[in-house]
Design a protein around this ligand. Structure first.
Ligand code: GLN
Ligand code: ZN
Length: 760
C-alpha cells in the first residue's frame, strides 16, 4: 500500500513561526527574515514526513496565516479596500488577515470563522461586485518548486472552488453562480501550471461536501468539476474530504473524473455504509483516512486494520492509507513532553508519532500479524489504560429526569430571585475576567518558576481582586465579579482541580493565525478532587455588600476544549464533568454565593455539521449535561450562562432549554438580528446581549451604548434585560476596560431614567 497525509502542522515544534511572525509584526525582523524561517520550517517538515517513510507528501499546506485565505489570495479574491492600500505581497496578505492601520489607510481584517467543527479559524472569502477571479499569487507554485529543488516531489494542496463558494460571504447581490466560470478557468490554469512544473498529483480539499447537500449544491459542484477536470492533462487530481461522510454526494463525486477520492473513516465512519450503497469505482484510488487527525490517542491497530478490511470488501480500488484530516489539528510531537511519564506517553500520538503509525500500518499490511509493531500495539491495548470509577458511572447510570430538572419552573424562580436580590432595572454586570495585565502574568510565571510562594501568589491575586471590586463599586456595577486573575485558561484551570485530567507542556494546536491553544487531555473518569473556585469566590464576596457572581466553565466547554477520550462516549465524559461541576455549584451556594455563571463558550462549536445530526448526535446530551450542573440549587440561587457568539439563531430553543435564568452573549458585532429570533421564539431566559465589543481596543461612547440598549429594548421586555460587555475583559488594557465600563454604567443609568419617566 501507499501512505500519505492530508497536511502537516506548520508552526514548528517550538512555535517558531508564531514567534517569527510576531517579531515581524513588531518590525523587529524583516520580511526576508520571516520568509527564511518559514522556508526552513517547510523544508524541515517535508524531510520529517519523508524520513518517516510517507510516500506522498503534500505541499502548500504551509501558511503564514490560513489556507483558505491563501486560496482566496491566489485567486485574487481580495476585496477592493485592501487593494486600495497599495501594499505588496506579504503586507497585503497580512492586511487582510489582521487589518491595517497606518500610512496607507485604515481597514479591518476579514471576518474570521471556525473551520467546520474545529477550533481552527479561517478567514471568510468575500465576493462582491469588484471581485475578479484570476491567478494572482504564486505561493502554491513556489512551494512546489522549492520542495522539488530539494529533491522532494510533493502533491500541492489547495482549498477547492466549491468549499470557497460555500464558505464565502456574498455582497452587492452577488451569488456563487456569478463566479463559477472564472473559478473554472483559474483552477484549470493552476493545474496546468503545476503540471508544467512537474507535479504528478494535486490535492483539492472540498470539506464542504460533508455538510448537507441540496440538489442545487450538487449541481454547483458538478458544474465546477465537469469543466475543470477535462483540463487536468497528465496531472492526477485527488478530491479530499474530511470531518464527516459523503452520504449525499459520493455517487456524484465518483461519477466525475477524479483520480483519487479522500474519505474520512474516523468522523466519517458512516462512509463505510455509504460505500455499501455507492460502488467505489475500481479505476480510482481511495485515500482512506483511518488514522485520527484530530485526537491525540495512539491508534488501535487492530481496529485500523479492520476498517481497511471493511473498505476492501466494498471496493476493488487501490487504497492509500491516510489521516482523517490534516495533522494541523494535533500538536507537533511527544518528544518535547518531558513531564508526562512514559506510562502515559505510550498511549499518545501527536503529529510526528502519527507518521510512524501510518508507516506501521503499511508495514503490517505488507507483512503479517507477527509484525513487532502490531504485537506491541495489541499488547498495549490488551490491558485497561486506567482504573474505571465504577461508583461514579453507576451513579450516572442511575440519574433520572429529576436530576436534570430544576424546580420550580423558571418563571417562578425569576420572581423569587427578583424579590431576593432587589436589583435595579437593567442590572449591570461583566462576563468574568478583568485584564490579565503584565503583572498578573508575571505573578503566575514567578509561581511556576518557584520564585514566590503559593501564599505570595494568592495574595497578589487577592489584592488585584480587591482593587477591581472597589472600582466596580465606585462606578456602580450591580453584580460584581472577582476578575479571574487566578486562571491561566478557563479549561486548564478547572482541569487542574479535577481527577482524570492530564496536561502537556508543549502540545500547542493552531487556533488562529499562528496562535495556538494547549488543550488538556481527558485521561480517565472525571471527578472533583477538591473545591475549585470556592475560596476565591468567598474571599471576593467578603469584600463587598454587592452580590459577587461565582464563575465556572461549563461541562460541554470543558469537553470541547480538551482532547476527549475515545474509549467512552463524549456524552458520558460530559456527564462526569457535569457532576463534578454540580458539586462545585452546590459548594458555592452553601458558602453564600447567590449568582453563579456557568460559561459555555464552546457549546456551539461542536454542533454537528449536518443539521439532521444536531439533536440526535449532540444537543440531546449536551443540553441535559448543562442542566445537570444546575439542577439542584435553591430557587433563590440565580444561574447565568455565557456564550461568546451570537450565531445561535437556529438553536434558540436548545439554548432556552438549558434552563439557565440569565444568558449573556456576544451581540455587538452582529447587527443584533438574533434579538428577532429570541423574540419570535418567546425566549424565556433573561438576556444580556453584549452592548460593546471587547475584542477591539476601541472605547465605546456612552451614546453608542445607549443606542444599543434602545435597540435591545425594542425587541425584548425591559425586565428581561441585563447590560454587560460581550465577553470577558482579560485581553484588554486596564484604561480601556475601565473607560468602557464607566460608559456602560452611565448609559444604563440614562436609559433607566427614560424608562422611569415613561412609566410615570
Ligand atoms: N468568564 C470568562 C471570562 O470572562 C468567559 C470567557 C469566554 O467566554 N471565552 O473570561
Ligand atoms: Zn465569551
Amino acid at each position: 500500500m501507499t501512505t500519505t497525509i492530508i497536511g502537516y502542522p506548520r508552526i514548528g515544534e517550538h512555535r517558531e513561526l508564531k514567534f517569527a511572525t510576531q517579531k515581524f509584526f513588531k518590525k523587529r525582523i524583516s520580511a526576508a527574515e520571516l520568509q527564511q524561517t518559514a522556508k526552513e520550517l517547510r523544508l524541515r517538515h517535508w524531510n520529517v514526513v519523508k524520513d518517516a517513510g510517507i510516500d506522498q507528501i503534500p505541499s502548500n499546506d504551509f501558511s503564514y496565516f490560513d489556507n483558505t485565505l491563501d486560496a482566496a489570495f491566489l485567486l485574487n479574491i481580495v476585496p477592493k479596500r485592501y487593494k486600495d492600500l497599495g501594499l505588496d505581497g506579504l503586507d497585503e496578505y497580512f492586511a487582510i488577515a489582521r487589518g491595517y492601520q497606518g500610512d496607507a489607510g485604515d481597514v479591518k481584517a476579514l471576518p474570521m470563522k471556525k473551520w467546520f467543527n474545529t477550533n481552527y479559524h479561517y478567514l471568510t472569502p468575500e465576493f462582491d461586485q469588484d471581485t475578479q477571479i484570476k491567478l494572482y499569487g504564486s505561493k502554491i507554485f513556489d512551494e512546489f518548486s522549492e520542495a522539488k529543488s530539494e529533491g522532494i516531489l510533493t502533491r500541492p494542496v489547495i482549498v477547492g472552488p466549491y468549499t470557497l463558494l460555500r464558505l464565502g460571504r456574498f455582497l452587492d447581490g452577488k451569488k456563487p453562480a456569478d463566479f463559477t466560470a472564472d473559478l473554472i478557468k483559474a483552477y484549470s490554469e493552476i493545474i496546468e501550471k503545476l503540471e508544467g512544473l512537474g507535479a504528478k498529483w494535486i490535492q483539492i480539499d472540498e470539506p464542504a461536501l460533508v455538510y448537507d447537500q441540496t440538489p442545487a449544491d450538487r449541481d454547483l459542484f458538478k458544474q465546477l468539476y465537469d469543466d475543470i477536470l477535462p483540463n487536468k492533462g497528465g496531472v492526477k487530481v485527488l478530491l479530499q474530504t474530511y470531518f464527516g461522510d459523503l452520504r449525499d454526494s459520493l455517487d456524484l463525486v465518483t461519477s466525475l473524473d477524479f483520480d483519487g477520492i479522500g474519505l474520512d473513516f474516523i468522523e466519517g465512519r458512516k462512509n463505510l455504509e455509504v460505500l455499501d450503497d455507492v460502488k467505489f469505482p475500481a479505476d480510482k484510488i481511495l485515500f482512506a483516512g483511518v488514522i485520527n487527525g484530530k485526537n491525540i490517542w495512539k491508534a488501535h491497530y487492530a481496529k485500523v486494520l479492520s476498517t481497511l478490511e471493511a473498505i476492501k470488501q466494498r471496493t476493488d480500488a487501490k487504497v492509500v492509507i491516510s489521516t482523517s484530516c490534516s495533522l494541523l489539528h494535533v500538536p507537533y510531537t511527544l518528544r518535547n513532553e518531558t513531564k508526562l511519564p512514559d506510562s502515559k506517553k505510550k498511549y499518545l500520538a501527536f503529529a510526528e508519532e502519527k507518521l510512524a503509525e501510518l508507516h506501521d500500518i503499511d508495514a503490517i499490511v505488507a507483512s503479517d500479524l507477527n509484525n513487532p509493531a502490531y504485537t506491541a500495539n495489541v499488547a498495549l491495548f490488551s490491558k485497561p489504560r486506567y482504573e474505571e470509577n465504577k461508583e461514579l458511572n453507576a451513579k450516572i447510570a442511575a440519574l433520572t429526569d429529576a436530576d436534570y430538572t430544576r424546580t420550580p419552573a423558571r418563571a417562578e424562580r425569576l420572581k423569587i430571585q427578583k424579590e431576593e436580590f432587589k436589583l435595579p432595572e437593567l442590572p449591570t454586570t461583566t462576563i468574568g475576567s478583568f485584564p490579565q495585565s503584565r503583572a498578573v502574568r508575571q505573578n503566575r510565571s514567578k509561581l511556576r518558576k518557584g520564585e514566590i510562594t503559593r501564599e505570595q501568589y494568592d495574595q497578589f491575586n487577592e489584592e488585584e481582586t480587591k482593587r477591581w471590586i472597589k472600582f466596580q463599586e465606585e462606578i456602580g456595577i450591580d453584580v460584581l465579579v472577582h476578575g479571574e486573575f487566578e486562571r491561566n485558561d478557563m479549561v486548564e484551570y478547572f482541569g487542574e482541580h479535577l481527577n482524570g485530567y492530564i496536561f502537556t507542556e508543549n502540545a500547542w494546536v493552531q487556533s488562529y493565525g499562528t496562535r495556538g491553544v494547549k488543550p488538556p487531555i481527558i485521561w480517565g473518569d472525571v471527578s472533583r478532587r477538591e473545591p475549585i473556585t470556592v475560596a476565591t469566590s468567598v474571599f471576593a464576596q467578603k469584600q463587598t455588600d454587592h452580590i459577587m457572581k461565582g464563575m465556572l466553565t461549563g461541562p460541554v466547554t470543558m469537553l470541547n476544549w480538551s482532547f476527549p477520550r475515545e474509549d467512552i462516549s463524549r456524552e458520558l465524559s460530559t456527564k462526569q464533568l457535569a457532576l463534578a461541576l454540580q458539586e462545585e455549584v452546590l459548594d458555592l451556594e452553601k458558602h453564600g454565593i447567590k449568582i453563579i455563571q456557568i460559561d459555555e463558550a464552546a457549546l456551539r462549536e461542536k454542533l454537528p455539521l449536518r443539521k439532521s445530526d444536531w439533536y440526535s448526535k449532540y444537543l440531546d446530551w449536551a443540553v441535559p449535561a448543562f442542566r445537570l450542573v444546575a439542577s439542584k440549587v435553591q430557587p433563590t440561587t440565580q444561574i447565568h450562562t455565557h456564550m461568546c457568539y451570537s450565531e445561535f439563531g437556529d438553536i434558540v430553543k436548545a439554548i432556552d432549554d438549558l434552563d439557565a435564568d440569565v444568558i449573556s452573549f456576544e451581540a455587538s458585532r452582529g447587527d443584533l438580528t438574533l434579538l428577532d429570533a429570541l423574540q419570535k421564539n418567546h425566549f424565556e431566559t433573561h438576556v444580556g446581549p453584549g452592548v460593546y465589543d471587547i475584542h477591539s481596543p476601541r472605547i465605546p461612547s456612552e451614546q453608542e451604548i445607549i443606542d444599543v440598549i434602545h435597540k435591545i429594548l425594542s425587541k425584548i421586555p425591559a425586565d428581561h434585560v441585563w447590560i454587560n460587555p460581550d465577553c470577558g475583559l482579560k485581553t484588554r488594557d486596564e484604561p480601556e476596560a475601565k473607560a468602557s465600563l464607566i460608559n456602560l454604567v452611565n448609559a444604563t443609568k440614562v436609559v433607566r431614567e427614560e424608562l422611569a419617566n415613561e412609566n410615570k
